[in-house]
Design a protein around this ligand. Structure first.
Ligand SMILES: [Zn+2]
Length: 180
């Protein structure tokens, strides 16, 4: 098989994404490679012990990812890191490099806090949220009380209030009430 430079880059990106645990759908969207090529790459990498089969095949959306107040904190840490690596361009297109860096940062921060070691947002969830941000289905809001920014998806079914103020002494506490 002869590869042009462009396709070589796409294969390199696909290889990296598969090793990081991205599902085939996400790899296809980002590289435009055929599903056949992606599957072949994945089975090679799996045989070499460099990739695992990810749980699930679909890219989840905000309402499945953001359910509890801990999730709201998690996605905020992750997506603020994503914006700091990717800049304003992340509103126009998904930046896989920035997303990978943000995900590494999130895992590091989360491991240091060590509260819910099992409940990590996955790299595919991060990808789904990055897509929502690009499509204006998600955004950053600034909290009027604590001034911190936080991430909200228009699809999330839990509270869209600041996750850092919830349950703290900022007026009447309305933990996780749904704001319409
Ligand atoms: Zn706040």
């Amino acid at each position: 098989m002869q590869l042009g430079t462009e396709q070589f880059d796409q294969v390199a990106t696909a290889r990296d994404m598969i090793m990081r645990g991205y599902i085939n759908n996400a790899v296809k969207l980002e590289t435009q490679l055929s599903m056949k090529t992606i599957r072949t790459l994945r089975s090679k990498l799996t045989a070499e012990g460099l990739a695992k089969n990810p749980r699930g095949r679909q890219i989840r959306q905000g309402q499945s990812i953001i359910k509890r107040s801990e999730d709201r904190e998690d996605v905020t840490i992750l997506m603020l890191a994503y914006r700091s690596y990717g800049g304003d361009n992340i509103l126009m297109s998904v930046d896989i490099n920035a997303l990978n860096l943000a995900y590494d940062t999130y895992v590091l921060v989360k491991s240091e806090i060590n509260r819910h070691p099992v409940d990590f947002v996955t790299i595919n969830d991060a990808y789904g949220l990055a897509q929502e941000l690009r499509s204006d289905d998600a955004m950053f809001e600034q909290c009027a009380s604590c001034d911190l920014e936080f991430f909200i998806s228009i699809r999330q079914e839990c509270s869209t209030k600041c996750p850092f103020c919830a349950g703290h002494a900022h007026g009447p506490t309305q933990p996780d009430s749904v704001v319409v």
